[in-house]
Design a protein around this ligand. Structure first.
Ligand code: FES
Length: 118
């Protein structure tokens, strides 16, 4: 496990997720209520990039596509593909893949960078 620079801390806006590529991995990095989180960058449901429209609130990130929601502190699943515009369709789409938690990564701030332990 090594610490890798992910993004300049100054580039993060509160609760606005950012996509970051480190090696072959795509991560989502966000500062929320003074804590910097790094998670798997692609939604666990159907791999939508969480940095594109992901909503961060109450310690969770919600995918904009079908509203799958995970906690950012431990990656646990809160809700799987509810798709509020048309719930029966959302549940069907939800069954297309198995429910999964969101991998999370340790973060630290070093020399103005958010670093992620890979
Ligand atoms: S791709 Fe994210 S909820 Fe479906």
């Amino acid at each position: 496990m090594e610490w890798r620079n992910a993004v300049l801390l100054a580039k993060l806006k509160p609760s606005k997720p950012k996509m970051v590529n480190i090696g072959m991995k795509t991560l989502m990095v966000v500062e929320d209520e003074g804590v910097v989180h790094a998670t798997e960058g692609l939604c666990r449901h159907m791999r939508w990039p969480l940095g594109l429209g992901g909503k961060v609130e109450d310690g969770c990130v919600t995918c904009p596509l079908h509203q799958t929601r995970h906690r950012m502190d431990d990656g646990s699943l809160e809700e799987w593909s509810p798709f509020p515009l048309f719930p029966p369709y959302g549940k069907l789409v939800g069954k297309m893949s198995k429910k999964k938690d969101l991998p999370i990564y340790d973060t630290r701030i070093q020399d103005g960078y958010v670093q992620v332990r890979m």
